[in-house]
Design a protein. Structure first.
Length: 458
């Protein structure tokens, strides 16, 4: 009903300001939409999670945080797309600095030292936010945050827990309602190899099901068709960046404050009802459409609300989230589920084995058929050997019986098959004669039934 096997990234469902930004970067840099959309969502979440949280369908509060996993081959333009969104233009930074000497830029919001100690120091306090956005995320896979004692905490940071602590060495640091957004950009072959070494442990711990997955792997899976147009028809990504730079101000709580400064966003009645309907349908499809990706499907409704809240904040600011934003967000989440299946299920399956066609052998005849054929050929040889010594090749049946040495039942059976196959004919009085017919070679008599001769012919 709701889930559609979307082979292409549904960029037409983006709100106007996002659509213009994605189109512009795709046209200018030549990067596929799968990469650019992931960057647009990642930079938006990095900014909005500092200022807002959302009330879900069960009245629970959650951050607007989005985790993104973008897979694309090397030299495809991942770095160019990343810099377009995460490095603000110089004129924006200059204007911002004129207004406030302490106003951060988008690049300032990123955690540069990706270690457990640095993360806890960054999140220590009330309502702090962190964003790990790596242009080349392969180093993250072998880093300290992917160790077993830390990886189980990363899903908690995505959920926005009441408090977060990492081990004894960080007991003096207490993060109250922290938010952590992660955005990784990795080559597909490197990530597939990691998953095989990992043997599904990081997935079972709940890390990857919380990511929105974007995969550009034309060697394995369908990709979004994209045609670069002329520069005259280009839009611009600057309106989106300008809006995010404006939102990045005053995101953290004031110094000395004991309460997080995030505002609560809510859905209007129609949006709430539609999201409940989606969540109910997804739950009913856990053993159907999503039987092999139940862990990711279980987060689909939550990711839909988070993405819808990002759309809403950028496009409309505060106020209730509309059903339109829920519908736009769901189109990307259900496409992301298709991508998740490609990466975590299909890509890990072994390649199909090459089918080797063995040469066909003639069917083996049953034992009794081979014996019968041998007897028929022997009898024909006897008739042929003695035929030139009798007029018209008519050999007495009694002499053939003597030459073959068959007992009566075996002799009558063999002779009956020769007559049925039109190899010989029997004529004459009681003693009878047998002679070869013009067709004097043996063919396997499939389909013939032996014919019993009258006893008077012997």
């Amino acid at each position: 009903m709701y889930f559609q096997q979307r082979p292409a990234c549904p960029i037409e469902k983006l709100p106007a300001v996002f659509h213009e930004a994605v189109t512009h970067v795709c046209q200018m840099v030549g990067v596929p939409p799968e990469v650019v959309v992931a960057d647009a969502f990642a930079v938006t979440s990095t900014v909005t999670q500092r200022r807002y949280k959302i009330k879900g369908i069960h009245e629970n509060l959650m951050p607007t945080t989005l985790n993104t996993l973008s897979l694309a081959p090397t030299a495809i333009g991942k770095g160019e797309s990343y810099r377009k969104f995460f490095q603000s233009p110089a004129d924006f930074e200059t204007n911002a600095l004129k207004q406030s000497a302490h106003r951060p830029t988008i690049d300032d919001l990123l955690l540069q030292d990706v270690s457990l100690s640095s993360l806890m120091s960054h999140l220590d306090g009330y309502g702090k936010s962190a964003s790990i956005q790596l242009e080349d995320g392969f180093s993250f896979l072998g880093g300290p945050l992917m160790k077993r004692d830390a990886i189980s905490k990363l899903p908690q940071a995505w959920s926005g827990p009441p408090s977060l602590k990492f081990g004894r060495c960080h007991s003096s640091k207490n993060a109250i309602e922290p938010c952590l957004a992660i955005g990784l950009r990795i080559q597909p072959e490197l990530f597939y190899a990691f998953l095989k070494r990992d043997k599904g442990e990081s997935r079972h711990l709940g890390l990857w099901p919380r990511f929105m997955t974007f995969c550009y792997d034309p060697q394995r899976f369908p990709v979004t068709p994209w045609h670069v147009t002329t520069t005259s028809s280009m839009t611009s990504h600057l309106p989106l960046i300008e809006r995010l730079v404006a939102l990045s101000a005053d995101g953290d709580p004031p110094a000395g404050s004991n309460e997080p400064a995030r505002k609560v966003l809510m859905m209007d009645t129609y949006a709430n009802a539609h999201l409940r309907e989606i969540a109910y349908w997804v739950k009913g499809q856990m053993t159907g459409e999503f039987y092999d990706i139940q862990d990711a499907a279980g987060r689909a409704a939550e990711n839909t609300l988070r993405l819808a809240s990002n759309f809403h904040v950028v496009c409309h600011g505060e106020g209730p989230i509309s059903r339109e934003m829920i519908e736009r967000a769901w189109s990307f989440v259900d496409w992301s589920l298709t991508q998740f299946r490609n990466v975590f299920v299909h890509a890990l399956q072994p390649p199909p084995k090459t089918v080797k066609l063995a040469p066909m052998k003639p069917p083996k005849l049953p034992h009794h058929q081979k014996t019968l054929n041998t007897d028929m050929q022997f009898m024909l040889d006897c008739v042929g050997a003695r035929g030139h010594q009798f007029p018209m090749g008519r050999v007495p049946v009694a002499e053939i019986a003597l030459l073959t040495g068959f007992h009566k039942t075996r002799f009558l059976k063999t002779l009956g098959w020769l007559i049925a196959g039109c190899f010989v004919e029997v004529a004459g009085d009681e003693k009878g004669f047998i002679r070869l017919l013009p067709l004097q070679h043996l063919n396997t008599p499939y389909g013939y039934a032996p014919i019993a001769l009258p006893s008077g012919q012997l």
